[in-house]
Design a protein around this ligand. Sequence first.
Ligand code: ATP
Length: 510
Amino acid sequence: MANNEDAFKKVVSHAKEYGFIFPSSEIYDGLGAVYDYGQLGTELKNNIKNYWWKSMVQYHENIVGIDSAIFMHPKIWKASGHVDAFNDPLIDNKDSKKRYRADVLIEDHIAKIEDKIKKEVEKAHKRFGDAFDRDQFVHTNARVLEHQAKIDEITKRYSQCMNDNDLVGLRQLILDLEIVCPISGTRNWTEVRQFNLMFATQMGSVSEGSDTIYLRPETAQGIFVNFLNVQKSGRMKIPFGIAQIGKAFRNEIVARQFIFRMREFEQMEMQFFVRPGEELKWFEYWKAERLKWHLALGIPADKYRYHDHEKLAHYANAATDIEFEFPFGFKELEGIHSRTDFDLSRHSEFSGKKLQYFDSELGENYTPYVIETSIGVDRTFLAVFSHALKDETLEDGSTRTLLSLPPVLAPYKAAILPLVKKDGLPEKAREIFDQLKHDFMLQYDEKDAIGRRYRRQDAIGTPFCITVDNDTLETNTVTVRERDTMQQERVAIDELDVYLHKRIKPIAIN
Ligand code: ATP
């Protein structure tokens, strides 16, 4: 595709045109950073959730899943630190009147310098061909070293400001880096202020007697406050995990980048409870394990990278992000955090209930430490969808739009297509549809020439097209066309079940 911006526009328009994602309340001109999933988007999203749930809960004997309420006692957010510290630093440009996250302005600036390094590397790679040694180049080339030194210096100042909550220093850094507003092009910035991201609402009848409650900004707290319930009722032994998928809400300052940053979104989180002192070992374990989960989808490894945090959240003693190369660059897709005993200790303190575990092997009581893995459903959607969407030129010069989704995530696993609308082919096709529909999401399509039907399925990511032709009636076989290679093979109708199951499975994990 022409460039990244065009590619991203194409992602947004394709998602809408084919019923994956619509802007929320569109007939009323939409609502900022809120989106609705359409008929195909819902299937893809459910498949992402199933893929995660299976690999976490079904494949691990010591992980169970829950579904806690979105409304929770307001004290929970005091205890968790969200009322006091779940803030983003915001800054306004006085000329354009546009609002930005101060930290994002700085991170974008760093990303631009990283881009320059990437370009130097690409240029050198072209020049030296196969003999090119990337490692040696980035450690010796003067220009690259200069860029890297700049990045290191900015990162150091930036982390210091964030850790010390130094808003004046943050603003000074923006001025020193000569960062301009992308709209007005000026450096006329306001002070930096903190902005709390939680949505508040009232529970109970109006005014007196009603309580301010918050829409949860993460699903994790629903797990912590149920720690004892699950541990006791499930007779769970440490180490063990509790998983949850659910909605979270954040009043994000800047609404942009489609479903990357939404105000209502969904998270898939797992809290893994371990012995104190063993948390860093488990942190490394989950860091590796979670990357494997992504790679099992078959997306190339160079689209992912770890980003270890310099600035740690108030509760963490180690943290890393798994970043994905979205059309707008590498950005966080998943966070893996070592949350210490912060949450359970705070909830013990605020609720007056002892949230501890008796370890019969050690013969002692302790507050477990926690490793969290936290991933956005919508960001995963955007990652797989944007990577899958391609315009392809075929050997005969014609073009097709292809959505090469991992088969396990594709909305429809197969399309059942009678070659023509006569000679008993539609009836046979319907029979096959009924035979397979209990196990697979299928689409039946008999309209238009077969070539056009194939293209329609390519564009919505259906991995297999099953065509019923005149031979089918005599031989009880069909043609199966594979989406990405467009290769066709003859398969017996009786074997379709096994054939599809085998090919839809992701690369084995765990
Ligand atoms: P960012 O730095 O991008 O704001 P974060 O560090 O605040 O993200 P976490 O609090 O670690 O994010 O949340 C865990 C995961 O939830 C993220 O990795 C992301 O996939 C998802 N997520 C967080 N905020 C949003 C949002 N506004 N829209 C969609 N997904 C989100």
